[in-house]
Design a protein around this ligand. Structure first.
Ligand code: ATP
Length: 296
């Protein structure tokens, strides 16, 4: 993969291995914490913070509380996943962080500053392919950069760099309809990353892909994250995907949508697909399943 000309400073990751007691239960090394403990515990300023976020919708004359008093944070360069049952408010939460939906109360901060709406500091990748069909791959990646009126030379340099990063240089002049699902998502990721966001927000980015392509994309995303030092907040239904990719996982409960538990995934920082078969990996996945099924 190419060296990032725009990459940010690297922050070391915690690569402690999980420890289990004699019954196979997680001991304190894989920390499961209740919402009251989700405040920032480090002296480092978080890259992203969500404070006291609540959101209700009017539905058929009734009020549906989609999110209630959500607090979360991401440290710089952290990869964090949010999991939870369908309808628990994951997409609403991500859309509020992206500035696409206004909360009823609470705020979103990037580098300590409250953000009032959408901004180039938060890049978004959706599950459905949101590429512009009339633009080439290169044109799609350049789109946001042109909107921001970046100098042409810089646009060219970034497009070329991110085409290389996602391994699609040969497809620069292809149109979305000529690409596979995985390739389309790589373009969507390149397009979001070309803006050099402070945080990359991903809503089920691999949800529409077949199992094999999905695994390739997980590996690709992990390599990309290792190379570019991007801070990533991702929603997924796939618990294995969450454990494989992230350093922390927020488990949400529904009605109303709340953060129920925070799981620190203390697996080695550098991971390969084989790790999914590792007993430690499976144990962490099991802990999340229990957290999801425990309604109390
Ligand atoms: N624009 C809207 N108007 C009314 N209700 C909404 C709106 N958006 C979301 N909701 C409601 O808010 C709740 C949370 O929805 P949301 O889509 O955020 O959940 P989710 O966890 O992302 O679900 P899924 O995993 O199925 O995508 C649901 O009850 C949903 O019906």
């Amino acid at each position: 993969m190419a060296q990032a000309p725009f990459s940010r400073s690297h922050h070391a990751t915690n690569d402690l291995s999980p420890k289990f007691d004699s019954n196979g239960n997680l001991s304190n090394n894989l920390t499961l914490t209740s919402p009251s403990h989700t405040q920032v515990q480090s002296t480092q300023r978080p890259k992203l913070e969500v404070q006291g976020l609540s959101k209700s919708f009017a539905q058929k004359g009734k009020t549906v509380v989609a999110l209630h008093n959500i607090d979360l944070y991401l440290q710089p360069r952290e990869f964090v996943c949010i999991v939870g049952a369908s309808g628990c408010g994951k997409s609403t939460l991500l859309n509020i962080v992206a500035g696409l939906v206004q909360p009823c109360s609470g705020k979103v901060l990037v580098d300590g500053e409250a953000v009032p709406g959408p901004g180039a500091d938060r890049g978004m990748v959706f599950q459905s392919y949101t590429l512009y069909p009339w633009l080439t791959v290169a044109g799609n990646i350049a789109f946001g950069l042109k909107l921001r009126r970046l100098p042409n030379a810089e646009i060219k340099q970034r497009v070329s760099y991110y085409l290389d990063v996602v391994g699609l240089t040969k497809f620069a002049k292809a149109y979305p309809k000529q690409l596979s699902g995985g390739m389309k998502q790589r373009v969507a990721i390149a397009r979001a990353m070309a803006n050099e966001p402070e945080v990359l927000l991903m809503d089920e980015p691999f949800g529409a892909l077949d199992a094999q392509t999905k695994e390739q994309m997980q590996k690709f995303l992990l390599e990309l994250w290792e190379q570019t030092h991007t801070t990533i907040l991702m929603i997924t239904h796939d618990l294995e995907e969450a454990v494989f990719l992230s350093q922390r996982i927020y488990v949400m409960s529904a009605h109303p949508g709340q953060i129920k538990q925070e799981v620190h995934v203390q697996l080695p920082a550098h991971r390969d697909l084989e790790m999914k078969l590792d007993p430690d990996f499976i144990q962490i996945k099991r802990a999340i399943i229990h957290a999801l099924h425990d309604d109390h």
